[in-house]
Design a protein around this ligand. Structure first.
Ligand code: 4AD
Ligand code: MG
Length: 448
């Protein structure tokens, strides 16, 4: 949207849109990103959140006051600039700005400069200054891709007849295991921050058929890996009458939709991030599907060839190195289904053919990014579910309502959860999930 600056008729625009104003004067409201000098010329670079543009200030063509004011601008000072847009093939965005006026909104003091200079900083320092680090082009690009992924995820479900239903964040009981709950004082009662909206979307699926949730979830995990946050955002579809096969088809279509959307709409951001997109261009349905048994065999064959360090014992859960090895065998996400029930959550439907297995699936992203989706068919039997709740030492009282779903018109149903941050890390090719969310929460990180 364009509006007019109050003091002049010059249109206010964003750097992204300067191309619509070639040859015209415009006003850009932003910050000083960088400043180079060359004799009687100044080359201030401005950023406004939508992009970066280089300005040119020629000493002989502007007032001495303006020249000096720009010359003394400090990094990240906020400034409203007026200038004429000129196409320049060599400029990164294709345009430069011949500056004619500048109004400094707030000047960063010389004796207290912007802490993040354009040279390299250590990650700890940057994390301490996350509130400022977000201004860097790469971090801003990641946030735009994140927003696109969220939009793509929501559009995918909205366009397929799913209804968004929001589960509570304060909950009376565990969903994914009692060891990773964050307790909260809830008046006279004990509550917990939700680990997953799943149990609640199972209820809304029985009311609306196809539903999903998208919201924050919490895990009091003490793990310090590049894949774990203590607070993350999860998308969770749930389908009444859905089976494991339906779920796998939904998951592969969902991931393919998201990747395709990012490639369509966020190429410039992917370039800023430096992502090699050729690997993403290969993502298409169908994804390979292997059983847990086949995955174990793959690991042990790898062990015999000296490619995998340890022999894998059937019955255990896969660790990161195992997942990395398995996914490295494929050029697209791989779906591993039917894990031993013992390593999975209490609510999963047993495989009728082999009840020691659960009708579940984990989708592993390529390039070593590991599990990005976990899901399952849900337990249908009231009696068996009650037994599992007891086996897992879960408080029956808190699950009474959940058991009701099996008493009053219980049906087969299935759903999955995808952590947005895992998807962003993989799609952007990031080292660590801490850069996928504006303000990450981790084991030793609660500030800023
Ligand atoms: O595999 P999880 O724990 O499954 C559930 O929570 C199910 N209740 C979901 C469902 O069926 N509706 O978590 C699902 C996904 C993982 O595959 C991963 O992408 C992400 O959530 N995730 C995390 N992301 C960041 N940090 C963590 N600590 C995560 N734990 C899980
Ligand atoms: Mg999982």
């Amino acid at each position: 949207m364009e509006s007019s600056a109050t003091q002049t008729e010059t249109p206010i625009t964003t750097i992204r849109d300067v191309g619509h104003h070639e040859g015209q004067a415009v006003v850009i409201r932003g910050w000083l990103y960088n400043l180079r000098e060359s004799g009687k010329l100044l080359f201030p670079q401005f950023r406004d959140g939508s992009g970066i543009i280089q300005g040119v200030v020629v000493k002989s063509q502007v007032s001495p006051e303006l020249f000096d004011s720009i010359k003394s601008l400090t990094q990240e000072s906020s400034v409203i600039v007026t200038g004429k847009v000129r196409a320049d093939k060599r400029a990164p965005g294709g345009y430069e700005l011949d500056v004619t006026d500048a109004q400094v909104v707030q000047k960063v003091k010389e004796d207290d400069p912007y802490p993040i200079s354009l040279k390299e900083h250590g990650v700890d320092f940057l994390m301490e200054h996350r509130h400022l680090w977000l201004r860097s082009p790469r971090q801003a690009a990641v946030l735009r891709v994140r927003a696109e992924i969220i939009k793509a995820a929501r559009d995918f479900f909205d366009d397929r007849g799913f209804t968004l239903t929001d589960p509570p964040i304060l909950t009376p009981a565990a969903c994914e295991g009692t060891t990773t709950l964050f307790p909260v004082d809830y008046f006279e009662e004990q509550a917990f921050l939700t680990q997953s909206g799943q149990l609640y979307v199972e209820a809304t699926a029985m009311a609306l058929g196809k539903v999903y949730s998208f919201g924050p979830t919490f895990r009091a995990e003490k793990s310090k890996t590049r894949r774990h946050l203590t607070e993350f955002w999860m998308v969770e579809p749930e389908v009444a009458y859905g089976t494991l096969d339906d779920l796998m088809q939904l998951a592969e279509e969902f991931i393919t939709h998201i990747v395709t959307r990012v490639l369509e709409r966020r190429r410039p951001e992917m370039e800023t991030i430096g992502r090699d997109i050729s690997k993403l261009e290969k993502i298409a349905t169908p994804f390979p599907r292997i059983t847990y048994d086949e995955a174990v065999k793959m690991l042990n064959d790898g062990h015999e060839k000296g490619l995998v360090e340890n022999k894998f014992e059937w019955g255990g859960d896969f660790g990161s190195p195992d997942e990395t090895y398995i996914s490295s065998q494929f050029d697209r996400p791989v779906m591993i289904h039917r894990y031993p029930a013992k390593v999975k959550a209490f609510y999963m439907e047993p495989d009728p053919q082999r009840p020691e297995l659960a009708l579940c699936v984990d989708v592993l992203a390529p390039e070593g990014y590991g599990e990005s989706i976990g899901g399952s068919q849900r337990m249908a039997s009231y009696e068996l579910l009650l037994e599992r709740i007891h086996e897992h030492n879960l408080p029956e009282e808190a699950f009474k309502w959940y058991l009701d779903l099996r008493k009053y018109g219980g049906v087969p149903h299935a759903g999955f959860g995808m952590g947005i941050e895992r998807a962003v890390a993989w799609i952007c090719g990031l080292e660590h999930v801490r850069e996928t969310i504006p303000f990450p929460r981790m084991l030793h990180r609660l500030y800023p």
